[in-house]
Design a binder for this molecule. Structure first.
Ligand code: HEC
Length: 126
């Protein structure tokens, strides 16, 4: 009797822990997405945005270059893409690409790149 009660307690405890940790993971995710959006708006959107560019005029070298690169086979705006992993983003951000400057770790940390990836992973779901 005692052991079966123990077992029950253990299972209930395990279940509650699972629910709690899932909720923590979701909360952490949405914080990462919010931080990532802020970073994206600041560091990437001036070139990769969908609306007007940095100075309010339609100058978006990132969006326009990717439009030329992919034509209609892929969305030109990074926020509409569904294929960008943290690893892929990290390579472009650290190496740069044509007129895209490389970002040093002092400008954008690995964690901040992960946040941007978290944002870009959900930004197309609208
Ligand atoms: C000064 C403008 C500029 C800024 C700022 C910029 N980019 Fe870019 N980015 C570009 C251009 C231009 C290209 C396209 C190069 C080409 O034609 O292949 C590009 C390409 C990319 C690509 C490759 C996409 C592909 O499929 O080839 C990724 C990913 C990317 N940028 C992510 C970012 C992120 C994330 C940021 C912000 C941290 C950022 N870029 C900031 C201009 C910029």
């Amino acid at each position: 009797m005692k052991t079966s009660m123990n077992k029950l307690f253990r299972q209930v405890f395990l279940g509650l822990t699972l629910v709690a940790s899932t909720q923590i993971a979701i909360a952490q995710d949405s914080e990462a997405v919010a931080r990532g959006k802020a970073k994206f708006d600041h560091s990437c959107a001036p070139c990769h945005g969908k609306g007007a560019g940095d100075d309010g005029r339609e100058m978006l070298p990132g969006t326009y270059s990717l439009k030329i690169k992919y034509g209609d086979t892929m969305p030109a705006a990074l926020e509409d893409r569904t294929d960008l992993t943290s690893e892929v983003i990290s390579v472009f951000v650290r190496m740069g690409a044509w007129s895209m400057p490389p970002f040093r770790k002092t400008e954008l940390s690995d964690k901040e790149i992960d946040d941007i990836a978290a944002y870009l992973a959900v930004s197309s779901r609208k």
